[in-house]
Design a protein around this ligand. Structure first.
Ligand SMILES: *Cc1c(COP(=O)(O)O)cnc(C)c1O
Length: 227
C-alpha cells in the first residue's frame, strides 16, 4: 500500500459519501493526519495532491515545519497547551482543539503579535467522557461568545472525537449531536462566528461523519498506515 494509492482510495470514498448524502464534493475537505509520520511522508502526500495536514504534538510539528518547504496547510487537531502556542504562531492555518477561554486568549495574543488572524474550531466533548478534552455542550455557546470578542481569532465551527473508533454506526449519534449543536449556535447569529465547519470523522468512521454533515474529516492510518 502506497500513500498516493491510499489517498486516491480515501478521496474516492469521500466523493461517494458526499454524493450519497446529496452534498457537493467540495463541501468536505480531507485533513491527512501525519502525527508520528516523518516529513518525507508529508511531502509524498503533498506531491500526490494532498493540501491539508493535521498534527497533534507541537514538539513534533516544529521540526516538520522546518523540513517541509512545500506550501502545505497545517492544522492542529490535538490537545494544545497554552505555553506551546508561541511556537506555532502564524504557521498553522487552523486549530481544531480549542476547548477553553485561556487557550483562545493565548492564540489571540500570539497571532496579534504577527498581525494575522487564526481560524479556530471549538472542541466539544459530546460523549462527556472524563478522559476526553473538549468543552461541554452547555458551555460551548458561552465560550464562543467570549472567543468572538477576540480580534485575532475567528471561530469557524466545531470539532468532536466520539468515544468509538471502529464502529461507525456507534459514532453516528455523536456526529448528529455535534451538527445539531452547531445549528443551535448558528441560530444565535454571533457577530464574526459563521459555524461553517464541522470537524468530525476519522479512518474508521469518516463516511458516517460525512452523512451527518462533516466538512473536515481527519484521517491518519487509512492514508499513512498503522502508527
Ligand atoms: C490521530 C487522530 C486522528 C486520526 O485517526 P486515524 O484513526 O488514524 O484516522 C483524528 N483526529 C484526532 C484528534 C487524532 O488525534
Amino acid at each position: 500500500m502506497s500513500i498516493p494509492g491510499n489517498l486516491e482510495r480515501i478521496n474516492d470514498r469521500i466523493r461517494a459519501a458526499t454524493e450519497k448524502a446529496g452534498r457537493d464534493a467540495e463541501s468536505v475537505r480531507l485533513v491527512a493526519v501525519s502525527k508520528t509520520r516523518p516529513a518525507a511522508d508529508v511531502i509524498t502526500a503533498y506531491k500526490a495532491g494532498q493540501a491539508i495536514f493535521g498534527e497533534n504534538y507541537i514538539q513534533e510539528l516544529v521540526p516538520k515545519l522546518a523540513k517541509v518547504q512545500e506550501p502545505v496547510q497545517w492544522h492542529i487537531i490535538g490537545h494544545l497547551q497554552s505555553n506551546k502556542v508561541k511556537y506555532i504562531a502564524g504557521q498553522v492555518a487552523m486549530i481544531h482543539s480549542v476547548d477553553r477561554l485561556s487557550l483562545a486568549q493565548e492564540i489571540d495574543r500570539q497571532w496579534s503579535r504577527i498581525g494575522t488572524i487564526c481560524d479556530i474550531l471549538i472542541q466539544v466533548n459530546i460523549s462527556g467522557e472524563a478522559t476526553k478534552s473538549g468543552t461541554t455542550e452547555t458551555e460551548a455557546l458561552q465560550l464562543i461568545r467570549e472567543c468572538a470578542r477576540l480580534p485575532n481569532i475567528r471561530v469557524k465551527g466545531l470539532m468532536t472525537m466520539p468515544p468509538f473508533f471502529d464502529n461507525p454506526e456507534a459514532a453516528r449519534p455523536y456526529f448528529s449531536e455535534l451538527k445539531k449543536l452547531s445549528e443551535t449556535i448558528a441560530s444565535h447569529h454571533i457577530t464574526g462566528v459563521d459555524m461553517a465547519e464541522l470537524s468530525m470523522g476519522m479512518s474508521g468512521d469518516f463516511e458516517a461523519a460525512i452523512q451527518e454533515g462533516a466538512t473536515l474529516v481527519r484521517v491518519g492510518t487509512a492514508i499513512f498506515g498503522d502508527r
